[in-house]
Write a protein that binds this ligand. Structure first.
Ligand code: ZN
Length: 320
């Protein structure tokens, strides 16, 4: 009997994109569980947050943004190295492409393999893949914080590293005056987490703690709807932490008693499904998530590199 269709390869229905104005000059584009993007107006320039999977996909987002502002893109901020977030970068014509220092290193180490892996996992997101000119490289990278003065009394946009989480190099974009947080894939609002390249224990503790203390009143996660109000923001962070905590508890118990990866997958899947099973990309993510967590529990410090071949092997073992 055939197993479930590989990753998101059978997810072919286009999602509706919604452009939301979060505050004066602050935009988010959400898409029913597809990757979110955002933009912040400076006095005479734009900061864009995330680049989508291809230049063609990015140009459709820019066309919608251009209904509101014609300012040039000075900064393109990329929250982490994943292909569906970065490979559309060339469409922005940005003066400066900003990432964390670790993201620059990850692009060099595994950017090509990640591109091939993500393309096979999520083909629908790669609109006209031939439009991608190559890997996306930052032109500015930082380690702790990177502050952009928006000018004209608009305040600062603060890019911040909060510790290892979804990857080794995630950053968030924080508007302190408006209390708006673009959290990248460190927080998901009613979408499943992808943890195949994650540091589960760091993410569930210090990294989410550092995000929570910012006190966001509006939060744009990596996928899912915009969280509006302090309670909704806390709920999104809490949902993310709970997902990680349940995985750690379930897979941890199996690991502790000398069980197998397949048993850990089954235990984590069973425990998470009632709350998260119907949310976007849950079934897609779980084999990769538990595989990485199993490595982490086994003392493998850094995530192993996903390749298109390894993806298929893990899928066949756990979801086949
Ligand atoms: Zn990601």
């Amino acid at each position: 009997m055939p197993g479930k269709a590989f990753a998101s390869s059978a997810d072919l229905a286009a999602k509706e994109q919604t452009l939301e104005l979060l505050a004066d000059g602050v935009y988010a584009l959400t898409a029913e569980g597809d990757p979110n993007v955002g933009a912040v107006e400076g006095d005479d320039f734009l900061v864009c947050f995330e680049a989508l999977a291809t230049p063609v996909a990015a140009r459709r987002w820019l066309a919608r943004l251009r209904e509101h502002t014609t300012k040039p893109v000075r900064y393109l901020v990329l929250s982490h190295y994943h292909a569906v977030r970065v490979l559309g970068a060339s469409a922005f014509g940005a003066e400066i492409v900003v990432t964390h220092e670790n993201t620059r290193a990850l692009v060099a180490e595994r950017g090509q393999q990640d591109w091939e892996s993500e393309y096979a996992r999520m083909p629908r997101l790669f609109e006209e893949p031939a439009s991608i000119p190559g890997l996306t490289w930052p032109t500015a990278a930082f380690t702790d914080t990177f502050t952009i003065d928006l000018g004209g009394g608009r305040g600062d946009l603060v890019l911040r590293y909060c510790g290892r989480g979804h990857t080794e190099g995630d950053i968030v974009a924080w508007l302190p005056a408006q209390q708006i947080l673009f959290a990248g894939d460190l927080v998901e609002a009613q979408a499943a987490l992808y943890t195949g390249d994650a540091f589960h224990r760091d993410w569930a503790s210090g990294t989410l703690d550092a995000l929570a203390v910012l006190g966001a009143r509006t939060l744009v996660g990596g996928r899912g709807a915009v969280a509006r109000g302090a309670d909704a923001c806390a709920a999104a962070i809490g949902q993310t932490r709970n997902f990680l905590d349940v995985m750690l508890a379930e897979a941890g118990a199996v690991h502790e008693r000398g069980g197998t990866l397949a048993e850990a997958f089954s235990a984590a899947h069973t425990a998470l499904a009632p709350r998260y099973g119907r949310w976007p990309i849950f079934e897609h993510c779980m084999p990769f998530n538990v595989s990485r967590l199993w490595d982490e529990l086994s003392g493998i410090e850094r995530p192993r590199i996903w390749t298109a071949e390894r993806d298929r092997e893990v899928w066949a073992e756990l979801q086949g």
